[in-house]
Design a binder for this molecule. Structure first.
Ligand code: DP6
Length: 329
């Protein structure tokens, strides 16, 4: 019997410090602007891919149960991209588990598509460099291209499929920031990122946001390299607010915030005025990521826990790159 081609990989989610919002080209997921993120340690998706010539179609199990049809389709489409790259025709069984509860307020598409891409290419016997891995992960979910790398990561826009991928700006031990994720809702969002990217261009603010992105990227890059928290805080909050301004002025408008979101934004502003190293950023949902300098994290975590509406707080240091997990001997 010919052994099946199988491999398991692990990847972590990431928080965007400069956000990807809107595409220059939708199908290839070429972004309208570059972005910068921190990979989140302590959280991961583990995915096993098994190519099997006896399968008639791809199938996806999430935590052991068949995934909903939309997720099955999205994974099958991504496997088509990976099979074309690897020159393989077999269908696959994909078994994926998150170390964090789904609905914990952490978007899992970045870690999911990074782990899937690495596992599938490894199973297919394809040796690929990290630029190629990142470029291919991008086709599954834009932000997944950043989860291939650990630490602090930048995704250059690129003009073509071939040059739109992420690279590491600084390793995880460069700066011991902590991302405290204040989770205020488990309710799945009505409009996900993929649809949101398509709506971005309907906002009259998107062109100004995109035109100013190189300036914000430069400020953020420099703040990370210099470990300058005050400079980082200023540009991270500006960038997040600019993305949410675009969301709120799209047609139809997207308002992801809930009342506790605003309460936390105001609390973070007052803590920073009082000298604490903390700033806030929000992805496509109501939960607030509070980035902290190491010395501020314990106080901020305690204070966030007592804001009404905060269900729990996750504490994430910078995380490592996507990696292949070897089978137990
Ligand atoms: C607000 O990467 O989730 O988190 O490519 O459609 O999967 P798809 O979109 P996705 O968009 C991320 C949006 C964001 C900002 C960011 O992570 O840069």
């Amino acid at each position: 019997m010919i052994p099946l081609r199988t491999a398991t990989a692990e990847a972590s989610p990431n928080i965007a410090l400069i956000k990807y919002w809107g595409d220059a080209e939708h199908t290839l997921r070429l972004p309208a602007n570059g972005s910068i993120s921190m990979t989140l340690g302590g959280l991961s998706t583990v995915t096993r891919v098994t190519f099997d010539p006896s399968l008639e179609k791809d199938s996806l199990l999430l935590a052991g149960a068949p995934a909903p049809p939309g997720a099955q389709e999205r994974v099958a489409r991504h496997l088509d991209v990976l099979r074309a790259h690897a020159g393989l025709g077999e269908h696959a069984l994909v078994e994926s588990t998150n170390s964090f509860p789904s609905g914990a307020g952490i978007a899992s598409s970045a870690s999911a598509f990074a782990a899937l891409t690495l596992a599938a290419l490894t199973a297919a016997g394809c040796g690929v460099d990290s630029n190629t891995l990142s470029r291919l992960a991008r086709r599954g979910s834009g932000s997944a291209c950043r989860s291939i790398l650990g630490g602090f990561v930048e995704w250059q826009t690129g003009a073509l499929d071939a040059d739109s991928f992420a690279t590491q700006l600084a390793p995880r031990d460069h700066w011991a920031l902590i991302d405290l994720v204040a989770v205020i809702s488990h309710v799945p969002k009505a409009i996900g990122s993929t649809e949101g990217h398509r709506l971005a261009a309907t906002s009259p603010l998107q062109a100004a946001r995109v035109a100013d992105a190189p300036r914000r990227l430069a400020l953020c890059r420099e703040a990370i390299l210099q470990r300058d928290f005050a400079a980082l805080a200023e540009v991270v909050e500006l960038d997040s607010q600019m993305m949410h301004a675009v969301m709120m002025t799209s047609s139809p408008p997207l308002l992801y915030w809930m009342p506790p979101t605003v309460d936390i934004l105001q609390a973070v502003a007052s803590w920073r005025r009082a000298g604490k190293g903390v700033c806030a950023t929000i992805d496509a949902g109501p939960n607030v990521h509070c980035l902290c300098e190491p010395g501020a994290a314990a106080d901020v975590e305690r204070a966030l826990g007592s804001v009404p509406g905060v269900e729990h707080v996750l504490a994430c240091p910078p995380g490592g790159p996507a990696r292949v997990l070897l089978p137990a001997p």
